[in-house]
Design a binder for this molecule. Structure first.
Ligand code: ZN
Length: 466
Protein backbone atom coordinates (compact mmCIF):
# COMPACT_ATOMS: atom_id res chain seq x y z
CA UNK A 1 0.00 0.00 0.00
CA UNK A 2 1.20 3.53 -0.83
CA UNK A 3 0.13 6.46 1.36
CA UNK A 4 0.26 10.09 0.24
CA UNK A 5 -1.07 13.43 1.46
CA UNK A 6 -2.23 16.54 -0.38
CA UNK A 7 -2.47 19.89 1.43
CA UNK A 8 -5.78 21.51 0.50
CA UNK A 9 -5.37 24.19 3.16
CA UNK A 10 -3.83 25.00 6.52
CA UNK A 11 -0.53 25.32 4.66
CA UNK A 12 1.26 28.67 5.00
CA UNK A 13 -1.83 30.12 6.66
CA UNK A 14 -3.88 29.56 9.82
CA UNK A 15 -7.16 28.86 8.03
CA UNK A 16 -8.69 26.32 5.64
CA UNK A 17 -7.27 23.21 7.36
CA UNK A 18 -7.85 20.26 4.96
CA UNK A 19 -5.47 17.37 4.51
CA UNK A 20 -6.39 14.75 1.92
CA UNK A 21 -4.95 11.30 2.65
CA UNK A 22 -4.78 8.83 -0.19
CA UNK A 23 -4.31 5.11 0.52
CA UNK A 24 -4.96 4.01 -3.04
CA UNK A 25 -8.36 2.41 -2.54
CA UNK A 26 -9.40 4.80 0.23
CA UNK A 27 -9.29 8.58 0.28
CA UNK A 28 -10.28 10.60 3.30
CA UNK A 29 -9.93 14.10 4.62
CA UNK A 30 -8.63 15.30 7.97
CA UNK A 31 -10.57 18.52 8.73
CA UNK A 32 -12.63 20.47 6.24
CA UNK A 33 -12.05 24.11 7.11
CA UNK A 34 -13.04 27.41 5.65
CA UNK A 35 -10.45 29.89 4.44
CA UNK A 36 -10.82 33.20 6.26
CA UNK A 37 -9.09 36.58 6.21
CA UNK A 38 -7.62 38.06 3.02
CA UNK A 39 -9.71 38.03 -0.13
CA UNK A 40 -7.32 35.82 -2.11
CA UNK A 41 -7.57 33.23 0.67
CA UNK A 42 -11.35 33.45 0.89
CA UNK A 43 -11.59 32.94 -2.86
CA UNK A 44 -10.13 29.43 -2.37
CA UNK A 45 -13.39 28.41 -0.68
CA UNK A 46 -14.89 28.43 -4.17
CA UNK A 47 -12.09 26.38 -5.78
CA UNK A 48 -13.07 23.05 -7.25
CA UNK A 49 -12.19 20.11 -5.05
CA UNK A 50 -9.34 18.03 -6.58
CA UNK A 51 -11.65 15.02 -6.83
CA UNK A 52 -15.44 14.66 -7.02
CA UNK A 53 -16.52 14.97 -3.35
CA UNK A 54 -18.82 11.97 -3.84
CA UNK A 55 -15.72 9.78 -4.40
CA UNK A 56 -14.17 10.74 -1.10
CA UNK A 57 -15.01 8.20 1.55
CA UNK A 58 -14.75 9.84 4.97
CA UNK A 59 -13.81 12.94 6.92
CA UNK A 60 -12.11 13.00 10.32
CA UNK A 61 -12.46 16.26 12.26
CA UNK A 62 -10.17 17.62 14.97
CA UNK A 63 -12.44 20.36 16.41
CA UNK A 64 -15.38 22.62 15.68
CA UNK A 65 -13.72 25.93 14.79
CA UNK A 66 -14.83 27.29 11.41
CA UNK A 67 -11.34 27.04 9.93
CA UNK A 68 -11.57 23.28 10.54
CA UNK A 69 -15.23 22.49 9.76
CA UNK A 70 -16.55 25.50 7.83
CA UNK A 71 -16.33 23.91 4.39
CA UNK A 72 -18.40 20.83 5.27
CA UNK A 73 -21.73 22.22 3.96
CA UNK A 74 -20.09 23.11 0.65
CA UNK A 75 -18.61 19.61 0.29
CA UNK A 76 -21.93 17.95 1.15
CA UNK A 77 -23.71 20.29 -1.27
CA UNK A 78 -21.21 19.17 -3.94
CA UNK A 79 -21.93 15.49 -3.37
CA UNK A 80 -20.01 14.17 -0.34
CA UNK A 81 -22.10 11.53 1.47
CA UNK A 82 -19.60 9.69 3.68
CA UNK A 83 -19.30 9.61 7.45
CA UNK A 84 -17.87 12.66 9.24
CA UNK A 85 -16.14 11.44 12.40
CA UNK A 86 -15.67 13.78 15.35
CA UNK A 87 -15.84 13.80 19.14
CA UNK A 88 -19.33 14.01 20.64
CA UNK A 89 -18.87 17.58 21.86
CA UNK A 90 -17.49 18.61 18.46
CA UNK A 91 -20.65 17.25 16.81
CA UNK A 92 -22.88 19.41 19.01
CA UNK A 93 -20.70 22.51 18.64
CA UNK A 94 -20.51 21.97 14.88
CA UNK A 95 -24.30 22.07 14.60
CA UNK A 96 -24.46 25.42 16.41
CA UNK A 97 -21.58 26.94 14.46
CA UNK A 98 -22.47 25.65 10.98
CA UNK A 99 -26.03 26.97 11.25
CA UNK A 100 -24.63 30.36 12.22
CA UNK A 101 -22.15 30.19 9.34
CA UNK A 102 -24.90 29.30 6.84
CA UNK A 103 -26.89 32.30 8.04
CA UNK A 104 -23.84 34.57 7.70
CA UNK A 105 -23.12 33.30 4.17
CA UNK A 106 -26.71 34.00 3.17
CA UNK A 107 -26.61 37.48 4.71
CA UNK A 108 -23.32 38.33 3.01
CA UNK A 109 -24.63 37.28 -0.42
CA UNK A 110 -27.79 39.29 0.19
CA UNK A 111 -25.74 42.32 1.24
CA UNK A 112 -23.47 42.01 -1.80
CA UNK A 113 -26.53 41.88 -4.01
CA UNK A 114 -28.02 45.00 -2.41
CA UNK A 115 -24.79 46.98 -2.54
CA UNK A 116 -23.93 45.67 -5.99
CA UNK A 117 -20.28 45.21 -5.08
CA UNK A 118 -20.05 41.60 -6.21
CA UNK A 119 -18.55 40.89 -9.62
CA UNK A 120 -21.36 38.40 -10.08
CA UNK A 121 -24.71 39.45 -11.40
CA UNK A 122 -26.43 37.37 -8.76
CA UNK A 123 -24.08 36.70 -5.84
CA UNK A 124 -24.68 33.25 -4.39
CA UNK A 125 -23.87 32.27 -0.83
CA UNK A 126 -21.09 29.66 -0.48
CA UNK A 127 -23.79 27.64 1.26
CA UNK A 128 -27.10 28.19 3.00
CA UNK A 129 -28.61 27.24 6.38
CA UNK A 130 -30.27 24.32 4.60
CA UNK A 131 -26.88 23.14 3.26
CA UNK A 132 -25.50 23.36 6.79
CA UNK A 133 -28.35 21.23 8.11
CA UNK A 134 -27.59 18.57 5.48
CA UNK A 135 -24.26 17.96 7.25
CA UNK A 136 -25.86 16.91 10.57
CA UNK A 137 -27.00 13.37 9.62
CA UNK A 138 -23.47 12.56 8.43
CA UNK A 139 -21.81 13.40 11.75
CA UNK A 140 -20.59 10.28 13.58
CA UNK A 141 -19.74 11.15 17.20
CA UNK A 142 -16.95 9.21 18.90
CA UNK A 143 -15.49 9.11 22.42
CA UNK A 144 -12.04 10.27 23.39
CA UNK A 145 -9.35 7.61 23.85
CA UNK A 146 -11.41 4.81 22.24
CA UNK A 147 -9.95 3.61 18.93
CA UNK A 148 -12.46 3.17 16.08
CA UNK A 149 -12.04 1.92 12.57
CA UNK A 150 -12.88 4.00 9.47
CA UNK A 151 -11.66 1.37 6.98
CA UNK A 152 -10.38 -2.21 7.45
CA UNK A 153 -6.79 -0.89 7.47
CA UNK A 154 -7.33 2.44 9.26
CA UNK A 155 -7.91 3.02 12.96
CA UNK A 156 -8.45 6.45 14.53
CA UNK A 157 -8.16 7.58 18.17
CA UNK A 158 -9.01 10.99 19.67
CA UNK A 159 -7.04 12.54 22.54
CA UNK A 160 -7.69 15.79 24.41
CA UNK A 161 -6.04 18.78 22.74
CA UNK A 162 -7.11 21.38 25.34
CA UNK A 163 -8.02 23.96 22.71
CA UNK A 164 -11.83 24.24 22.87
CA UNK A 165 -14.55 21.92 24.16
CA UNK A 166 -14.30 18.62 22.26
CA UNK A 167 -11.02 19.55 20.52
CA UNK A 168 -8.88 16.54 19.72
CA UNK A 169 -5.46 15.40 18.68
CA UNK A 170 -5.97 12.64 16.10
CA UNK A 171 -3.89 9.48 15.94
CA UNK A 172 -4.32 7.42 12.78
CA UNK A 173 -2.88 3.91 12.56
CA UNK A 174 -2.56 2.49 9.05
CA UNK A 175 -2.06 -1.26 8.76
CA UNK A 176 -0.32 -2.04 5.46
CA UNK A 177 0.42 -5.55 4.17
CA UNK A 178 3.95 -5.43 5.55
CA UNK A 179 4.09 -2.59 8.03
CA UNK A 180 1.96 -0.52 10.40
CA UNK A 181 2.41 3.27 10.38
CA UNK A 182 1.24 5.95 12.79
CA UNK A 183 0.17 9.45 11.80
CA UNK A 184 -0.51 12.12 14.43
CA UNK A 185 -2.38 15.38 13.75
CA UNK A 186 -2.03 17.89 16.58
CA UNK A 187 -5.18 19.74 15.53
CA UNK A 188 -5.07 23.06 17.37
CA UNK A 189 -3.28 22.70 20.69
CA UNK A 190 -4.45 24.54 23.81
CA UNK A 191 -2.66 25.83 26.86
CA UNK A 192 -1.04 23.65 29.49
CA UNK A 193 -2.63 25.53 32.39
CA UNK A 194 -6.19 26.23 31.34
CA UNK A 195 -8.61 26.30 34.29
CA UNK A 196 -11.40 24.72 32.24
CA UNK A 197 -9.90 22.35 29.67
CA UNK A 198 -7.52 19.44 30.06
CA UNK A 199 -3.95 20.05 28.86
CA UNK A 200 -2.90 18.72 25.42
CA UNK A 201 -2.15 14.98 25.60
CA UNK A 202 1.40 13.85 24.96
CA UNK A 203 1.57 11.13 22.33
CA UNK A 204 4.52 8.75 22.74
CA UNK A 205 5.14 7.77 19.14
CA UNK A 206 4.46 8.62 15.51
CA UNK A 207 5.99 8.11 12.09
CA UNK A 208 4.63 11.36 10.69
CA UNK A 209 3.35 14.36 12.67
CA UNK A 210 1.29 17.38 11.60
CA UNK A 211 1.93 20.13 14.14
CA UNK A 212 0.08 23.44 14.26
CA UNK A 213 2.21 26.60 14.46
CA UNK A 214 -0.23 29.48 15.07
CA UNK A 215 2.04 30.89 17.81
CA UNK A 216 5.23 29.13 16.69
CA UNK A 217 7.09 32.43 17.03
CA UNK A 218 5.45 33.77 20.17
CA UNK A 219 5.94 33.31 23.90
CA UNK A 220 2.99 34.42 26.05
CA UNK A 221 3.47 37.08 28.67
CA UNK A 222 3.74 35.80 32.24
CA UNK A 223 1.11 38.34 33.38
CA UNK A 224 -2.01 36.61 34.60
CA UNK A 225 -4.98 37.53 32.38
CA UNK A 226 -7.43 37.51 35.31
CA UNK A 227 -5.40 40.21 37.04
CA UNK A 228 -5.44 42.38 33.94
CA UNK A 229 -9.17 41.80 33.65
CA UNK A 230 -9.68 42.86 37.28
CA UNK A 231 -7.59 45.98 36.79
CA UNK A 232 -9.64 47.09 33.77
CA UNK A 233 -12.98 46.35 35.45
CA UNK A 234 -12.06 48.18 38.68
CA UNK A 235 -10.85 51.16 36.69
CA UNK A 236 -14.27 51.43 35.03
CA UNK A 237 -16.16 50.85 38.28
CA UNK A 238 -14.12 53.60 39.98
CA UNK A 239 -15.86 55.94 37.53
CA UNK A 240 -19.23 54.24 38.16
CA UNK A 241 -19.19 53.04 34.60
CA UNK A 242 -20.43 50.01 32.74
CA UNK A 243 -18.15 47.30 31.32
CA UNK A 244 -18.74 45.82 27.87
CA UNK A 245 -16.78 42.69 26.96
CA UNK A 246 -16.99 41.77 23.26
CA UNK A 247 -16.42 38.03 23.41
CA UNK A 248 -16.05 35.03 21.15
CA UNK A 249 -18.95 32.63 21.77
CA UNK A 250 -16.88 29.45 21.90
CA UNK A 251 -14.30 29.12 24.65
CA UNK A 252 -13.37 32.72 25.37
CA UNK A 253 -16.80 33.63 26.78
CA UNK A 254 -16.71 30.68 29.15
CA UNK A 255 -13.17 31.52 30.25
CA UNK A 256 -14.20 35.12 30.95
CA UNK A 257 -17.23 33.93 32.97
CA UNK A 258 -14.94 31.61 34.93
CA UNK A 259 -12.48 34.41 35.75
CA UNK A 260 -15.24 36.87 36.69
CA UNK A 261 -16.69 34.33 39.09
CA UNK A 262 -13.30 33.67 40.68
CA UNK A 263 -12.49 37.39 40.93
CA UNK A 264 -15.77 38.09 42.75
CA UNK A 265 -15.20 35.13 45.07
CA UNK A 266 -11.73 36.40 45.95
CA UNK A 267 -13.10 39.90 46.50
CA UNK A 268 -10.97 41.35 43.70
CA UNK A 269 -13.92 42.88 41.85
CA UNK A 270 -17.33 43.90 43.22
CA UNK A 271 -20.24 41.47 42.99
CA UNK A 272 -22.20 43.16 40.18
CA UNK A 273 -24.76 41.87 37.66
CA UNK A 274 -23.25 40.11 34.65
CA UNK A 275 -25.32 39.86 31.46
CA UNK A 276 -24.43 37.18 28.93
CA UNK A 277 -26.16 38.64 25.90
CA UNK A 278 -25.52 36.17 23.07
CA UNK A 279 -27.79 33.24 22.22
CA UNK A 280 -24.90 31.37 20.62
CA UNK A 281 -22.62 31.85 23.65
CA UNK A 282 -25.48 30.67 25.91
CA UNK A 283 -26.02 27.56 23.77
CA UNK A 284 -22.32 26.78 23.87
CA UNK A 285 -22.12 27.36 27.64
CA UNK A 286 -24.97 24.88 28.20
CA UNK A 287 -22.98 22.23 26.33
CA UNK A 288 -20.46 22.29 29.18
CA UNK A 289 -23.16 20.66 31.30
CA UNK A 290 -23.71 17.84 28.80
CA UNK A 291 -20.00 17.24 28.34
CA UNK A 292 -18.70 17.50 31.90
CA UNK A 293 -16.32 14.58 31.21
CA UNK A 294 -14.52 16.71 28.60
CA UNK A 295 -13.43 19.50 30.95
CA UNK A 296 -12.25 20.01 34.51
CA UNK A 297 -14.97 22.39 35.75
CA UNK A 298 -16.67 20.55 38.55
CA UNK A 299 -20.24 20.99 39.59
CA UNK A 300 -21.66 22.20 36.26
CA UNK A 301 -24.37 19.66 36.81
CA UNK A 302 -25.27 20.92 40.25
CA UNK A 303 -28.35 23.01 40.49
CA UNK A 304 -26.90 25.13 43.24
CA UNK A 305 -26.22 28.78 42.81
CA UNK A 306 -22.48 28.46 43.08
CA UNK A 307 -20.94 27.97 39.71
CA UNK A 308 -19.09 30.18 37.19
CA UNK A 309 -21.86 29.47 34.65
CA UNK A 310 -24.75 29.67 37.09
CA UNK A 311 -25.07 32.14 39.94
CA UNK A 312 -27.51 34.76 41.12
CA UNK A 313 -25.66 37.67 39.48
CA UNK A 314 -25.36 35.99 36.08
CA UNK A 315 -28.20 36.64 33.64
CA UNK A 316 -28.59 34.79 30.36
CA UNK A 317 -30.32 37.00 27.81
CA UNK A 318 -31.57 35.05 24.82
CA UNK A 319 -34.31 37.33 23.60
CA UNK A 320 -33.83 40.48 21.58
CA UNK A 321 -36.20 42.40 23.94
CA UNK A 322 -34.04 41.47 26.94
CA UNK A 323 -30.98 42.62 25.06
CA UNK A 324 -32.61 45.95 24.31
CA UNK A 325 -33.28 46.66 28.00
CA UNK A 326 -29.51 46.91 28.44
CA UNK A 327 -29.46 50.11 26.37
CA UNK A 328 -30.72 52.02 29.41
CA UNK A 329 -28.31 50.32 31.82
CA UNK A 330 -26.10 52.63 33.83
CA UNK A 331 -23.49 52.10 36.52
CA UNK A 332 -21.68 49.03 37.71
CA UNK A 333 -22.52 46.02 35.55
CA UNK A 334 -20.84 43.80 32.99
CA UNK A 335 -22.23 42.95 29.56
CA UNK A 336 -20.62 40.04 27.67
CA UNK A 337 -21.77 39.99 24.08
CA UNK A 338 -20.57 38.71 20.69
CA UNK A 339 -18.92 39.22 18.30
CA UNK A 340 -15.42 39.28 19.75
CA UNK A 341 -14.02 41.73 17.21
CA UNK A 342 -17.20 43.85 17.14
CA UNK A 343 -17.74 43.02 13.47
CA UNK A 344 -21.40 42.13 14.02
CA UNK A 345 -23.86 40.71 16.51
CA UNK A 346 -25.56 42.25 19.52
CA UNK A 347 -22.41 43.84 20.90
CA UNK A 348 -22.85 46.49 18.22
CA UNK A 349 -25.94 47.98 19.81
CA UNK A 350 -24.26 47.99 23.21
CA UNK A 351 -21.30 49.86 21.73
CA UNK A 352 -23.66 52.17 19.87
CA UNK A 353 -25.39 53.17 23.13
CA UNK A 354 -22.51 53.06 25.60
CA UNK A 355 -19.41 54.23 23.71
CA UNK A 356 -20.38 57.94 23.94
CA UNK A 357 -20.26 57.86 27.76
CA UNK A 358 -16.79 58.54 29.19
CA UNK A 359 -17.58 56.61 32.39
CA UNK A 360 -17.89 53.29 30.52
CA UNK A 361 -15.21 50.84 29.44
CA UNK A 362 -14.87 48.27 26.65
CA UNK A 363 -12.60 45.35 27.47
CA UNK A 364 -11.33 43.34 24.49
CA UNK A 365 -10.27 39.81 25.39
CA UNK A 366 -8.73 38.55 22.18
CA UNK A 367 -6.77 39.35 19.09
CA UNK A 368 -8.36 42.11 16.97
CA UNK A 369 -7.71 41.49 13.29
CA UNK A 370 -6.86 44.32 10.95
CA UNK A 371 -9.82 46.05 9.37
CA UNK A 372 -12.24 45.15 12.17
CA UNK A 373 -14.14 47.66 14.30
CA UNK A 374 -12.47 46.11 17.35
CA UNK A 375 -9.03 46.91 15.94
CA UNK A 376 -10.04 50.53 15.25
CA UNK A 377 -11.21 50.90 18.85
CA UNK A 378 -8.04 49.33 20.25
CA UNK A 379 -6.01 51.63 18.00
CA UNK A 380 -7.69 54.59 19.67
CA UNK A 381 -9.81 56.01 16.85
CA UNK A 382 -12.00 58.86 18.13
CA UNK A 383 -15.07 57.70 16.20
CA UNK A 384 -16.33 54.39 14.83
CA UNK A 385 -19.10 53.74 12.36
CA UNK A 386 -22.00 51.64 13.68
CA UNK A 387 -25.37 51.24 11.93
CA UNK A 388 -24.32 53.86 9.38
CA UNK A 389 -23.58 56.51 12.01
CA UNK A 390 -20.33 57.91 13.37
CA UNK A 391 -20.32 57.12 17.10
CA UNK A 392 -17.94 59.14 19.30
CA UNK A 393 -15.63 56.93 21.35
CA UNK A 394 -15.69 58.49 24.83
CA UNK A 395 -15.56 55.23 26.77
CA UNK A 396 -12.12 53.90 27.71
CA UNK A 397 -10.81 50.95 25.70
CA UNK A 398 -8.88 48.11 27.37
CA UNK A 399 -7.18 45.07 25.97
CA UNK A 400 -6.54 41.92 28.01
CA UNK A 401 -3.88 39.61 26.67
CA UNK A 402 -3.22 35.99 27.51
CA UNK A 403 -6.70 34.53 27.07
CA UNK A 404 -5.71 32.78 23.86
CA UNK A 405 -6.85 29.20 23.23
CA UNK A 406 -3.57 28.39 21.47
CA UNK A 407 -0.36 26.92 22.83
CA UNK A 408 2.57 29.34 22.62
CA UNK A 409 6.02 28.38 21.32
CA UNK A 410 7.13 26.83 24.62
CA UNK A 411 3.97 24.77 24.86
CA UNK A 412 4.26 23.59 21.25
CA UNK A 413 7.82 22.49 22.01
CA UNK A 414 6.65 20.78 25.21
CA UNK A 415 4.12 18.79 23.17
CA UNK A 416 6.76 17.92 20.55
CA UNK A 417 9.11 16.69 23.27
CA UNK A 418 6.38 14.27 24.36
CA UNK A 419 7.25 11.95 21.50
CA UNK A 420 9.64 9.43 23.07
CA UNK A 421 11.31 8.85 19.77
CA UNK A 422 11.42 11.62 17.21
CA UNK A 423 9.02 11.15 14.29
CA UNK A 424 10.56 10.48 10.88
CA UNK A 425 8.85 13.51 9.42
CA UNK A 426 6.88 16.51 10.69
CA UNK A 427 4.71 18.86 8.65
CA UNK A 428 4.48 22.34 10.13
CA UNK A 429 0.95 23.49 9.42
CA UNK A 430 -1.69 26.02 10.53
CA UNK A 431 0.63 29.01 10.82
CA UNK A 432 1.66 32.10 8.89
CA UNK A 433 4.94 31.71 7.04
CA UNK A 434 7.04 33.40 9.74
CA UNK A 435 5.69 31.48 12.74
CA UNK A 436 5.84 28.14 10.87
CA UNK A 437 9.44 28.93 9.91
CA UNK A 438 10.49 29.77 13.46
CA UNK A 439 8.92 26.60 14.86
CA UNK A 440 10.46 24.44 12.11
CA UNK A 441 13.91 25.78 13.00
CA UNK A 442 13.43 25.21 16.69
CA UNK A 443 12.23 21.62 16.15
CA UNK A 444 15.21 20.98 13.92
CA UNK A 445 17.84 22.64 16.14
CA UNK A 446 16.65 21.46 19.54
CA UNK A 447 15.01 18.11 18.82
CA UNK A 448 16.66 17.13 15.53
CA UNK A 449 13.29 16.82 13.76
CA UNK A 450 13.02 16.50 10.01
CA UNK A 451 10.47 19.21 9.14
CA UNK A 452 8.62 20.35 6.05
CA UNK A 453 6.53 23.51 5.68
CA UNK A 454 4.10 22.46 2.94
CA UNK A 455 2.61 24.75 0.33
CA UNK A 456 -1.03 25.01 -0.67
CA UNK A 457 -1.96 22.07 -2.97
CA UNK A 458 1.42 20.41 -2.52
CA UNK A 459 1.45 16.57 -2.33
CA UNK A 460 3.87 14.22 -0.58
CA UNK A 461 4.38 10.48 -0.68
CA UNK A 462 4.45 9.36 2.95
CA UNK A 463 5.04 5.60 2.63
CA UNK A 464 5.63 3.29 -0.30
CA UNK A 465 4.57 -0.34 -0.38
CA UNK A 466 3.97 -0.74 3.32
ZN1 ZN B 1 -9.11 26.18 16.50
Amino acid sequence: MDVSVKFLGGAGTVTGSRYLLDLGDFEFLVDCGLFQGRKELRRRNWDKFPMPPKDMEAIVLTHAHMDHIGCLPKLVKDGFRGPIYCTTATAELAKILLLDSGKLQEEEAEYAKKKGYSSHENPEPLYTVEDAEAVFPLLVPKDFKKPFSIHPSVEVTYYHAGHILGAAIVKIVIKGDKQTKKLVFSGDLGRYHDPILYPPTLIPEADVVWIESTYGDRISTPIKPEEELARAINDVFDRDGLVIIPAFAVGRTQLVMYFLYQLVKKGKIPNVPIYLDSPMAINVSTLYKDFHQDHQLIGVLDDNDQHPFQHSQLHYFRKQEQSRTLNELKGKAIIISASGMATGGRVLHHLFHHLPNEKNGVVFVGYQAEGTRGRRLVDGEPEVRIYGQEVPVKAKIYSVEGLSAHADQNELMEWAEGFGEKPKLAFIVHGEESSAGVLAHKLKDELGWNTIIPNYLESFMLFEEI
